[in-house]
Design a protein around this ligand. Structure first.
Ligand SMILES: [Fe+2]
Ligand SMILES: [Fe+2]
Length: 310
C-alpha cells in the first residue's frame, strides 16, 4: 500500500469536512453560485440609525464593564440589607456572608439591570433581602427551628439570582448559582439541598411547595407586590404588572400561628388599579400561596383595604 492510499488524520478530517459541506449544499439543492456572497459594507448606504459602534459602545453592557467594581455591588448589597433588617427584624449570619460575596452581589445587581432592560419590575437587593427576611419571619412566627428559618432566609435571598442568566427558567439557574455560592461558604450538603429545592420551586409555572423552606420562600416572594418595585420610567397605563404594583401602597404578610392563618394584607389605590386587575395577573400566584400555606398547616387569606377576599 502506498502512502497516498492512507491519508493522515488531518487530510482525513479535511476530506470529511468538505464532503459534509457538499452534502449539505446538495440537500438544500444549492449550486455553488447560490451561496450568498460575502456581506460587503456599504458605506454610502443611507441609514436612519445611529452608527453601530456608537450603539454598541453606549449599551448597558459596555457601561457595566467600564464601571466595573466588584466592591461596588457588595457595598450596595450591605446598605440595602441594613435597611431590610431594620424593617423586618430578621438577622441571619449566612445572609451577611452572602452580602459580602462579590459574585453573588454582582449577579443580583446584574439580574436587576437585565430585567429592567426587559421591562420587568425591581428584582434587585431590595427584593432579595425582603423575600429572605419575610421567609425567615414566616417560619419563625410559626415556631420553626432556627435552622429552617435560616435556610428560608437564604433561599429567599437567592431565589431570583438566576435572572442573570435568563428570565426563562430562572428558578433553575438560581438554584445552580445558589449551589456554587453555598459550596464556597462551606454550607453542608443537606442544607444546600433544601435551599436548592426552595429556590428551584418558587416560580408558579413549574414550582411546587415541597416543604416548609420552599413554602416560606413562595409566600414571601408572592407577597412582595408594591409600588416601590415599579421602575421610574415605567408607563403604568400600558403595563398591567406595573399598574397593579403601582397601586399597592402597602403589603404585609401577617402570620397568625394560633389561628393557623397567613394573610396577605394589601392597601390598594383603586384610582390606579382594581382588585380585579390584581387577580387577573396574580391568580396563579395566589393559588400557589394557598398550597404553600397548607404545606405549613395554615389557611391562606387575602384582604384588600381591610376587606377579606377569600
Ligand atoms: Fe422569580
Ligand atoms: Fe422574586
Amino acid at each position: 500500500m502506498t502512502s497516498e492510499a492512507t491519508p493522515d488524520a488531518d487530510q482525513l478530517a479535511a476530506t470529511q469536512s468538505s464532503a459534509t459541506i457538499d452534502e449539505a449544499a446538495a440537500d438544500r439543492n444549492e449550486s455553488p453560485e447560490a451561496i450568498p456572497p460575502e456581506v460587503v459594507a456599504e458605506d454610502d448606504a443611507p441609514s436612519a440609525l445611529t452608527d453601530p459602534a456608537t450603539v454598541i459602545n453606549e449599551s448597558a453592557e459596555s457601561a457595566i464593564l467600564r464601571g466595573v467594581d466588584a466592591a461596588d455591588a457588595v457595598r450596595e448589597a450591605e446598605a440595602v440589607a441594613l435597611d431590610a433588617t431594620r424593617r423586618t427584624g430578621a438577622e441571619v449570619d449566612i445572609l451577611t456572608e452572602l452580602q459580602r460575596d462579590a459574585i453573588t452581589s454582582a449577579f443580583i445587581k446584574l439580574s436587576d439591570q437585565f430585567l429592567g432592560a426587559q421591562g420587568f419590575t425591581e428584582h434587585g437587593f431590595r427584593h432579595a433581602n425582603l423575600v429572605g427576611r419575610i421567609a425567615y419571619n414566616v417560619l419563625h412566627h410559626l415556631g420553626a427551628e432556627q435552622d429552617l428559618c435560616d435556610l428560608a432566609a437564604i433561599g429567599g435571598y437567592l431565589h431570583d439570582v438566576g435572572n442573570v442568566v435568563s428570565r426563562m427558567n430562572h428558578g433553575l439557574s438560581s438554584a445552580w448559582i445558589a449551589y456554587d455560592a453555598l459550596r464556597r461558604l462551606e454550607v453542608d450538603p443537606y442544607r444546600i439541598g433544601l435551599v436548592l429545592s426552595a429556590v428551584g420551586n418558587h416560580e408558579e409555572q413549574y414550582g411546587s411547595s415541597i416543604g416548609p423552606v420552599g413554602a416560606a420562600v413562595i409566600l414571601a416572594d408572592k407577597a412582595d407586590v408594591h409600588r416601590s418595585r415599579v421602575r421610574k420610567d415605567a408607563d403604568t397605563s400600558i403595563d398591567i404588572h406595573d399598574r397593579v404594583n403601582d397601586a399597592v401602597t402597602h403589603s404585609f404578610l401577617r402570620v397568625d400561628a394560633q389561628a393557623a392563618t397567613i394573610t396577605l394584607e394589601l392597601e390598594l389605590d383603586t384610582e390606579r388599579s382594581t382588585v380585579i386587575e390584581y387577580f387577573e395577573i396574580f391568580l396563579d400566584r395566589m393559588i400557589m400561596c394557598r398550597r404553600a400555606a397548607r404545606t405549613l398547616g395554615c389557611e391562606f387569606r387575602i384582604t384588600a383595604n381591610g376587606i377579606p377576599l377569600g
